[in-house]
Design a protein around this ligand. Structure first.
Ligand SMILES: Nc1ncnc2c1ncn2[C@@H]1O[C@H](COP(=O)(O)OP(=O)(O)O)[C@@H](O)[C@H]1O
Ligand SMILES: Nc1ccn([C@@H]2O[C@H](COP(=O)(O)OP(=O)(O)O)[C@@H](O)[C@H]2O)c(=O)n1
Length: 217
């Protein structure tokens, strides 16, 4: 069911399920998908790997400019600690400018795209055809992240994961540049009591309405 030119923006806090939803929607509608969190994670990892501090704005901006989105390796960037580090470099305006420019280019590339992150509906693609703000209670999100870590063979303590998730949300929501918040025209999707399939069906209902309207214009 290819939908040329469609742009879907998905934002939300850590482990809300936005990436899972974005991937499924992209496959369903024949669109490209980009998890913008990976680009912030890659900048953080570049600094960590070279022993540079995460608040070195010049080094972080240089890493962001040098980043080639085609080489992002989800597996290598998936560590919980890299997510934490990513939210530190994400407060640096020069990093955001460099990454947002590349993200917009990705969004505008045919056949259209689903992007997920923290500022897609508010900053990266303010004219997106549909904006979703995916959320869930912090306890539910921490449980999902904890399960993910354990399933991958890692060790984690639920209380620590919950504290990390809450601290990261607070940092993402309070930063001066592009804070995490729902766009005024975003549809809220609380997945606290929804499984992946139910969340997917709720999103497709909204997108199909947009597509039906497009056809009648
Ligand atoms: N609606 C849902 N119900 C239960 N588990 C979910 C749901 N959505 C996602 N998950 C699981 O929660 C974890 C985090 O999901 P993910 O899509 O990576 O979140 P985000 O991209 O928001 O950080 C994954 O293990 C995923 O399989
Ligand atoms: N569009 C985006 C995407 C991520 N980020 C930052 O990058 C961090 C990691 O994002 P992520 O999407 O990989 O994190 P998870 O939700 O998967 O845990 C976030 O906590 C944000 O600080 C951002 O600022 N803007």
């Amino acid at each position: 069911m290819r939908q040329e030119g469609l742009i879907i923006a998905i934002d939300g806090p850590a482990a809300s399920g936005k990436g899972t939803l974005a991937r499924r929607l992209a496959a369903h509608y024949g669109l490209n998908h980009f998890d913008t969190g990976l680009s912030y994670r890659a900048v953080a990892k570049a600094l960590l790997d070279t022993g540079q501090p995460l608040d070195d704005a010049a080094a972080a901006e240089e890493a962001a400019r040098a980043l080639d989105f085609r080489t992002l390796d989800r597996e290598a960037l998936s560590a919980h600690s890299v997510g934490e580090a990513a939210s530190s470099v994400a407060v640096i305006p020069g990093v955001r400018r460099a990454l947002v420019e590349k993200q917009r280019t990705f969004a505008e590339t045919p056949p259209g795209a689903v992007l997920d992150g923290r500022d897609i509906g508010t900053v990266v693609c303010p004219d997106a055809d549909l904006k979703l703000y995916v959320t869930a209670k912090a306890e539910v999100r921490a449980e999902r992240r904890w399960q993910e870590i354990v399933a991958a063979g890692g060790k984690a303590d639920y209380a620590t994961v919950l504290a990390d998730v809450e601290r990261r949300d607070a940092r993402d929501m309070s930063r001066a540049d592009s804070p995490l918040k729902p766009a005024d025209d975003a549809h809220l999707l609380d997945t606290s009591e929804m499984d992946i399939e139910t969340a997917f069906l709720a999103a497709t209902r909204l997108i199909d309405e947009v597509l039906a309207k497009k056809k009648t214009i």
